[in-house]
Design a protein around this ligand. Structure first.
Ligand SMILES: [Zn+2]
Length: 134
């Protein structure tokens, strides 16, 4: 049974939660407690929308161990609508369809399976934005 607390913790773990600088208002991801803009301390959590656009990308044909089943796959540098750049794998699309400026949104997906104990690691990826209204 899922409890609200459980879901809240999941959100922090899998969502794009960074920080906002209360001094200059810069949005920070990943959280680093120091604002890269003004170097003031920043501890206030900020949840990003997960929406952004592809800033640059590269397609991986030789996958590292643990990622072989996904090859070829595309890793993109995504510019979030709040400003920061984050790296994530593109999903739910053909690797060859990636292009600069493509609207994307964050989704939680299986990242890989640990060899040995079979544990499945989840995290975020980006898919083409279905709800794009821009
Ligand atoms: Zn700042």
């Amino acid at each position: 049974m899922e409890t609200p607390r459980h879901w809240r913790l999941r959100g922090q773990r899998y969502g794009l939660v960074g920080e906002v600088c209360e001094h200059c208002g810069a949005k920070i991801f990943p959280a680093r407690d120091v604002c890269p803009n003004c170097e003031d301390m920043a501890y206030k959590p900020f949840r990003f929308s997960g929406r952004g656009e592809v800033y640059s990308f590269s397609t991986i044909y030789q996958a590292p161990q643990g990622y072989e089943e996904y090859a070829p796959y595309t890793v993109a540098l995504v510019k979030l609508e709040e400003g920061p750049l984050v790296t994530g794998q593109l999903t739910d699309m053909e690797a060859t369809d990636a292009h600069i400026g493509m609207p994307v949104e964050m989704v939680t997906r299986k990242i890989r399976e640990e060899s040995g104990n079979g544990a499945i690691i989840y995290g975020y990826k980006f898919r083409p934005a279905l709800s794009s209204v821009r």
